[in-house]
Design a protein around this ligand. Sequence first.
Ligand SMILES: [Zn+2]
Length: 138
Amino acid sequence: MQKSAGRRKFGENQGMIDTTERVWADLKERLKRSKFRLGIRLNKQDKAYFLKHGSDKIRQHAIDFVNQRLAPAQPARDGKQTPYRGHPVFAAQHGTGTCCRGCLDKWHGIKQGVELTGTEREYIVYILMSWLEDKVLQ
Ligand SMILES: [Zn+2]
């Protein structure tokens, strides 16, 4: 697989890539301070699934999950909508504090009760893919 396909795809221009890479680096530092987030791993099956389907397909799944499970102003079963296993993106969500609207608020300053904007959705997918690529390349 290509090393940083997710990162390169996010922004077209160099400035944007710089900015988003810094965002991920800063978030990673903050996540390290949470035993819970740090303890979330990509299990063997999830890693195999990622490698089998590749970044582009997994990114599409991440987009679908974000649109369906997080984007509405009042997502169904908010707080419990993200399982702990069954898809690599689920693990990434728990690992990055993007599992529910409460965590999005706490970790990313994204307010609850309002539908996610396009930029916020892109940001979440970028964070998820960054986490996954880090884990897969480890
Ligand atoms: Zn959560």
